[in-house]
Every structure is written in structure tokens, then in C-alpha cells.
Design a protein around this ligand. Sequence first.
Ligand code: GDP
Ligand code: IMO
Ligand code: MG
Length: 422
Amino acid sequence: MPIDVLLGLQWGDEGKGKIVDYLANNYDIIARFQGGPNAGHTIVIGDQKHVLHTIPSGVFRSEVINVIGNGVVIDPIVLARELNELQALGVDTSNIYIARKAHLILPTHRYLDAASEASKGKQKIGSTLRGIGPTYMDKTGRNGLRIGDLEHPNFKSKYTSLKEKHLQLGKIYADVDFDFEAEEKQWFDCLEKVKELKFIDNSYFINNALKEGKTILAEGAQGSMLDIDYGTYPFVTSSNTLTAGVCVGLGVSPKTIGKIFGITKSYCTRVGSGPFPTELDNEVGEELRKIGNEFGATTGRPRRTGWIDLPQLKYTIMLNGVDHLCITKMDCLNTFENIEMATHYNYDGNRTQELPYDLASDKLKPEYQSIPGWNEDICSIKDYASLPVKVKDYVQFLEDYLEVKVTMLSTGPERDSLIIKD
Ligand code: GDP
Ligand code: IMO
Ligand code: MG
């Protein structure tokens, strides 16, 4: 069996958690392959809302194995908190496996993240301050500490020398508030909780599972426009968020990749700094924020909002090889008389559907097409055939433009608010 992939096509928060939780019923294994606790994946079951940061979104399906792959960076404090919260709710966490090759976020990585952001002033990335950038820097700089190092007797000395290095590095920045002693104590306490998880050599684990015919879904974090190579650099995260990241993040060959599910909202959001061509800095943007309850699942920050950007989606569909498109937050457009979509960019007088190198350029103006909204409540509709014609026209428009099949429409945060389309 191949590995299917599900990932976000915009700037994150597309509703990946909800859709993975839904699809997890069809898979034996759900595996996170990149990112870390910068992610916040929301799952609503009944009247309970859960936000996962490190743990894959298959955890609420008791038969499913949840793998935290080697491409993920782990903060033991966040992971221990997630485990404790799930266990308190009676959720079985014995099916969570963690890669020995996954890197650890040290307290001083978070300190460096905060100090670096503070030093940038207005140029700041708007990082989630979870230590993501500094941890991936240590990974590529070949200085990092990994989960597997916890099994070695010299772990403490490795930790101390990396911490010392960070403290030296920190001297280039102005002071930021950080309680080193308390953070370090909590970090070591939480490592004990992490040690309760099953440590695996995940490339063997996943490849053996494939040989045994197990079904696997790789769960992306962040969004394609936050990819370190192809996103809106430097306003991106520090990992490869694209399908390509699955291979290195889980230790599998490109030949193992199967279906690729891409998720987009029916509009667009971004949290943190950086270019966002279709951003609506006006009352329509405010309305979308209100209707969509657009506040960050990890940091609580208000999300920036705007209309759906089709050249942007065409780009990320191409980068990822998406063959199934899922549109979330369809219900959030219920009250709009007209729905706008950017169909082209005007770049320095030229009309194009391609993204220029500099998405922040003053020379770039999105061009919009307006289509009539359905202007009625579609939340109780469960099958595609029963949807209003105007919803179907909207879906058809996207399929034609993006040259990809829409196979899922989400109409609310709850598990069953989903319409499957053939
Ligand atoms: P993720 O990071 O991609 O998993 O997305 P987040 O959880 O950060 O943000 C998505 C938000 O939208 C969460 O609050 C979800 O509960 C909510 N959500 C997901 N799908 C829908 C939908 O179809 N309609 C509405 N109204 N909310 C949704
Ligand atoms: P999920 O998985 C939305 C954004 C941050 C910031 C930039 C870099 O929930 O979709 P980082 O902490 O990675 O150094 O921040 O990336 N960002 C996200 N935005 N959803 C996320 O994850 C994000 N993870 C990081 O806001 O702009
Ligand atoms: Mg999120």
C-alpha cells in the first residue's frame, strides 16, 4: 500500500486536524512528518474541542497508531502537557510512537527564538516563539540533540554543552525575559513523560508497515506557503511542509507516495508577518474573522483574513501534486451575496497566473472575479446532490480553474460536518 498525504495549501490552519481525524478511520497509521508545536490542529468531537500540537490527529481513533516522525521537532514540555491532557480525558495514548531521529527543542531554543524576533523589530517573522527556527538551525548545523540521545548515558553533558553554546550565541541579542532555571527544571521533568512513549527507528517501522499492507496517512503541519524553500521566504517556517517533506520526514522513498489530499479554506488566512496579496484590511476581512472565528489555535493571535487566491492555490497544488482537494469553512460563506476570488495577478503591467519571486512587491495587484454567493445555510446538508446549485457552481469553478477534483467539503468544525463528493 502507498502512503497517502494530507497537507495545507495556504498559510496553515486550513482545518487539517479536523480532516485527518475524519480520515483516520480508514488508516492503520497516522504520521506527522515535519514541524513541531508551532502547529495547532483542532478537532471537535461532540461538545469537546481538542487542540493538538505534536501528537498526530489520529489519536482519537483507538485502533490507529500515531507516529511522530523524524522530521518533527519536539518540545518535551508541550508533548508532556498534551499527553497529560489526553490521558485525563481517558484517551488511549499507548499507540503513540516517536522517532529516535526527531530533534529536541531545548528551552534555550525558545529563548533564542524570542531574542531573535525581538531584535528584528518591525521585520520580525511573527514566529510562534516555540523555538522552531533555532532547533532546525541546530539540526542542519549538526549540533542538535535527538530523542534517541535520551537513551545514552552522556545525554546530560550533550545537553549542557549545547545549552552553553546557546547562551554564548544569545549575547548578540538584547536581553529578553526568560527564566532559565525554571524552564530547564520543567524540561527535564517532562522528558520523563516523553520516555513513556515507544521510541522507534521510524524508517524501518514505516517501511515494514508498508510491506505488511498497513495503510498510512502522512499529516502535514503548517501550510505550503510557509515552506522553507517555496513559501514567502523569509516569512516562513523552517521545515519543508510539502509532499516532498514526507520522504525525508518519515524515511520513505518517493515511490511510496499515493493519494495527495490538499486542503484549502473557502477564503484565506495568515497569522504572523509576511505578504498576503488578497488580504482584506477592511470590514469584510473583519466579518470573515468573526464568522470564521479566526484566532490562532496555538498563540490565540487574530488571523489576517482575505479572499481565496487561486494563482496561489494553483502554485501549491503543483508543488504538492494534489489529486484530491478539500475545501473547509464552506459554511463561513453562507451569508455572502457575492464571493470574490483572485484569478490573476497583475505584475508590473503583465497579467499572469504565476507567483512572482517577490510576493510583497508593490507592483503586484490581484485581479478578482466575483461570483454569486449561495446566501443560505448549508450546514445541515449531508450529501453533495442536495447542495444549492450556486454551491455546485462555485465548486465547479474551482475544479475548472485549478484542474483538480474537489472531493470533500467541510461545513462546520464538528467531525460529521463533511460532504464527500465523488
Ligand atoms: P489546522 O491547523 O489546519 O488543523 O487548523 P486549525 O485547527 O488551526 O484551524 C481551523 C479552525 O477551523 C479550527 O477552529 C476548526 O475547528 C475550524 N474548522 C475546521 N473546519 C471547519 C469548517 O468547515 N467550518 C467551520 N466553521 N470551522 C471549521
Ligand atoms: P498549523 O499546523 C499557521 C507561522 C507563524 C509565523 C511563521 C513562522 O496549525 O497550520 P515558526 O513558529 O514556525 O517559526 O513561525 O509560520 N506558523 C503557522 N501559521 N498555522 C501553523 O501551523 C503555523 N506554524 C507556524 O505564525 O508566521
Ligand atoms: Mg492550526
